[in-house]
Design a protein around this ligand. Structure first.
Ligand code: S3P
Length: 177
């Protein structure tokens, strides 16, 4: 694996901790943190749930792909991908380019326990729907460069991510302290 990658992309199911862990990893590396969903919301001027409701999932996936394309040009950043982003071939290829990709793997119970019931995740349905979605997506998530157990407390998960991405990124040559 080339040692000059200057982006870390966290992927995995809703509730796996991508945003929480991503912020911690970014802080430790001294890199920027980018949340794909928040960027989409900023550019679209409305919440993800509204995009799903008003334009449908395919329109959201197109916005997600464009966000992945924009992030391809960013360096020295940690990206929290949306839970479905890595399951689309075209978006996954954009996210993988020049990045170290990390799957934060969690079981169904952990994901369900962490998800807010506030309607912000339009695809978060019943337990059975979530179980099926997780099973369907795991083969895609497993295509990440490395896998970390996302079930531990965020500080611990962040430590494990850092240990794995060091040596795979430009971080060790650009970091001053
Ligand atoms: C989605 C996950 C969400 C968001 C959208 C679709 C998915 O992101 O992108 O609701 O398909 O799993 P999080 O993984 O940050 O919840």
């Amino acid at each position: 694996m080339p040692e000059d990658r200057s982006r870390v992309v966290l992927v995995g199911f809703m509730g796996c901790g991508k945003s929480t862990v991503g912020r911690l990893v970014a802080r430790r590396l001294g890199w920027a943190f980018e949340d794909m969903d928040r960027r989409i919301e900023q550019h679209a001027g409305r919440p993800v749930a509204a995009i799903f409701a008003e334009e449908g999932e395919q329109a959201f996936r197109a916005l997600e792909r464009e966000e992945a394309r924009a992030l391809q040009r960013e360096s020295r950043c940690v990206v929290a991908a949306g839970g479905g982003a890595f399951t689309r071939d075209d978006t996954r290829a954009l996210l993988q380019d020049g990045a170290v990709t990390v799957w934060l793997r969690v079981g169904l119970e952990t994901a369900l326990a962490r998800l807010p019931q506030d309607g912000s995740r339009p695809l978060a349905g019943s337990r059975d729907i979530m179980r099926a979605l997780l099973a369907e997506r795991e083969p895609s998530y497993s295509r990440a460069d490395v896998t970390v157990d996302g079930g531990a407390p965020p500080e611990e998960v962040a430590e494990r991510v850092l240990a794995l991405v060091r040596g795979r990124t430009a971080e060790k040559r650009t970091r001053r302290r």
